[in-house]
Design a protein around this ligand. Structure first.
Ligand code: CTP
Ligand code: MG
Length: 181
């Protein structure tokens, strides 16, 4: 597969992990997951991690995985590469894993004294990738092995921070997000 094929496959395979955090921004609010609990002087997770945001984000990623699976044959013809479909377990792993990675990052941010919304360069851009890949590996190991070849993984790690900065910048410019990260 050439570079174009690797990049297209990487973005396609990760779309169900890219959407949950953005859907959570739109749907967020309501009861925080940590229920206001603290650890030391700081909140366990903070008001930015809610049940509703996590549920809606996961369902949005899963719905996209189902849609992409239906579109895969036509999209593959269009680009000339066999794009992956998403078994339910893979879609769920990518979507829920992305949310879990983001929640884990908030836990680390609070432990390091960062307030809700504070930036944590590096972690902000890759937390959901690590979570999504880890959960997809656990829930759908053989699909993971077929889809995430080494070149595709490298493309994901290089491209995701760029896409993340871009989409969050757009969400900030549109007034959907309070900070551009
Ligand atoms: N959100 C949510 N539930 C999640 C993730 C996000 O409700 N599991 C919503 C919240 O309204 C949150 C917004 O999406 O404020 C933006 O998400 P994020 O940037 O991850 O949260 P922050 O508010 O910046 O908080 P943190 O510092 O903990 O990342
Ligand atoms: Mg934030």
């Amino acid at each position: 597969m050439d570079v174009f094929g690797v990049v297209v496959t990487a973005v396609w395979a990760m779309l169900p992990a890219y959407v949950p955090n953005n859907a959570a921004v739109l749907a967020g609010g309501g009861r925080p997951i940590d229920g206001g609990r603290t650890m030391g002087d700081s909140r366990l997770l903070g008001d930015g991690k809610t049940w509703r945001g996590t549920l809606v984000g996961t369902l949005a990623g899963l719905a996209l995985a189902i849609l992409l699976s239906m579109l895969a044959p036509a999209a593959s013809d269009l680009v000339g590469y066999a794009l992956p479909t998403f078994p339910l377990r893979a879609g769920l792993g990518l979507a829920f894993g992305a949310m879990l990675g983001d929640i884990g990052a908030s836990f680390l941010k609070r432990r390091s004294g960062r307030e809700r919304g504070a930036a944590f360069p590096g972690l902000d851009q890759l937390d959901f990738v690590v979570g999504a890949l880890a959960c997809a590996f656990v829930l759908a190991p053989s699909w993971f092995g077929e889809t995430f070849t080494v070149p595709v993984l490298v493309a994901i790690l290089l491209l995701t921070p760029l896409l993340h900065v871009l989409t969050n910048g757009i969400a900030y410019a549109l007034g959907l997000k309070n900070e551009p990260w």
